[in-house]
Design a binder for this molecule. Structure first.
Ligand SMILES: [Zn+2]
Length: 466
């Protein structure tokens, strides 16, 4: 027999930000459920801002129990069982009451439970136990809450304050703001996470927890959407936040593209080789890899290893070709005409400006979509579908931007008072590599001439970008 006067019960454990949306959403889902089952809803009971296990009284829960005991409600719908009971004892009392009153219909949005059967009661107890352990249910609830917060752009989370912001998580700390800007600038200019961390530690710049900076903490900070004033959920940027941005959203997009670049991750070992990834075998055209000789001396080789299509016929010692190319690059950077052309391609480039504008526009569209999804104007599937082409555009624009903005690697080099060579020498390896890549497309390495054992510059043919 279908119930005639169902009760909906909703509860939120804690609501420090005063967002009642959690309860509103539970009720909405419960109503939708009642509608599908054609259960008439007689009353909605809700307790808000009540801590889950504190034992504080829940006035509406008690009112609902009274109504059930009075026989004027004959079914209960909850978003999830963990909303209904805080302790197993409560569940048992509830089951006793339902028994007495002949109430069989308890429904969770995730499924019905027939309290009239042994299995149903067992099911309810299991769910109660799971809720108590707060295992996956807690994360499900938190995900939902965080999505609400995320789309509302509100501040969430406790614990340590985020770097760059005060304890209120909104006020910007000027000294840390400057550090974040510097870190982002250096990363985008081609600096490695390692050397950024090292430079901060050298200058005794403290982290929030007064520890040393690590590649991990630098990466985490720069990867976060927070520093560009955006909310994220499960790694996805879902909209503008209430706190101010320290770097531009377009920079976060570029930083993420950079840090996600697979070449960056797989080439870690090769990083101590200045020209890693830039040398091509003159015989077969394959990219040469760094492989030290048995005496430990650095060397680039064309290899026939599985997964590489090399011919295995070309080798060159690393220090010789590295020094030769570095000299050539510095020489090239000293050419006035080249410098002028690099400057033209910098940020004044109208193509770059319009790319950045397009990126910002797409980012705004993503924000709007996330808001629509948060407000339930569109479904999850619609959200994903609408997002895909925008994300593709962002990816393409970023790739173009990265190509055009290789010149950012030259920031500070061309204007260095001591000259290009001096500036280059003081850079960490990753920055030197970025400088080289800004002007050099690749280097073709010709075969060694038999009998000529000494370094042979004729084997080296640089192919310049500019
Ligand atoms: Zn080869």
């Amino acid at each position: 027999m279908a119930p005639k006067a169902a009760a909906i019960y909703a509860r939120i454990s804690s609501d420090p930000d005063g967002l009642a949306a959690g309860v509103a959403r539970q009720i909405e889902d419960c109503r939708a459920f009642a509608e599908r089952r054609s259960w008439p809803v007689a009353e909605t009971y809700e307790d808000n801002d009540v801590s889950a296990y504190s034992g504080r009284r829940r006035p509406d829960y008690e009112r609902m129990l009274d109504d059930l005991a009075a026989g004027i409600r004959d079914a209960v719908i909850v978003y999830h069982l963990d909303r209904l009971h805080r302790r197993p004892r409560e569940l048992e009392d509830f089951l006793d009451l339902c028994d007495r009153m002949g109430i069989r219909d308890l429904a969770c949005v995730t499924g019905e439970i027939d309290l009239g059967t042994h299995d149903g009661r067992f099911h309810a107890r299991i769910l109660g136990a799971v809720a108590r352990k707060e295992s996956d249910d807690k994360s499900r609830r938190l995900i939902r809450k965080h999505l609400e917060l995320a789309t509302a752009g509100k501040v969430s989370g406790g614990g340590t304050r985020p770097y760059g912001y005060a304890k209120d998580r909104v006020t910007v700390i000027p000294e840390e703001e400057a550090i974040i800007k510097e870190m982002a600038e250096r990363l985008l200019a081609g600096d490695s996470l390692r050397s950024i961390a090292a430079s901060l530690n050298d200058r005794a710049v403290p982290t929030v927890t007064q520890r040393d900076w690590t590649t991990h903490s630098v990466r985490q900070l720069l990867y976060s959407a927070r520093v560009s004033g955006q909310r994220e959920r499960l790694g996805e940027i879902v909209g503008k936040a209430v706190w101010p941005a320290i770097i531009k959203p377009a920079h976060t997009t570029r930083i993420r593209a950079l840090l996600n670049d697979p070449e960056r991750r797989t080439n870690r070992v090769a990083r101590k080789y200045l020209l890693a990834g830039l040398l091509r075998c003159g015989k077969c055209g394959t990219t040469m890899v760094s492989r030290p000789r048995s005496d430990g001396r650095g060397r680039y080789v064309c290899t026939r290893d599985p997964g590489r299509d090399g011919c295995g016929g070309t080798f060159i010692l690393a220090d010789e070709v590295d020094a030769f190319i570095a000299d050539a690059v510095i020489h090239r950077l000293n050419t006035p005409r080249l410098v002028a052309s690099m400057r033209r391609r910098g940020n004044d480039d109208p193509a770059v400006a319009s790319l950045i504008e397009a990126l910002d526009h797409d980012q705004e569209q993503l924000d709007e979509l996330a808001t629509s999804y948060g407000d339930k104007e569109i479904s999850h599937r619609e959200w994903l579908a609408a997002r895909a082409p925008i994300q593709e555009r962002i990816k393409a624009a970023n790739a173009m931007l990265n190509r055009r903005q290789r010149t950012t690697a030259l920031t500070g080099i061309l204007d260095h008072p001591q000259g290009v060579a001096e500036a280059y020498e003081t850079l960490p390896l990753a920055r030197q590599q970025a400088v080289i890549k800004a002007v050099l497309d690749r280097v073709e390495i010709g075969p060694a001439v038999h009998g000529r054992n000494r370094f042979d510059p004729l084997r080296i043919s640089p192919v310049w970008r500019v």
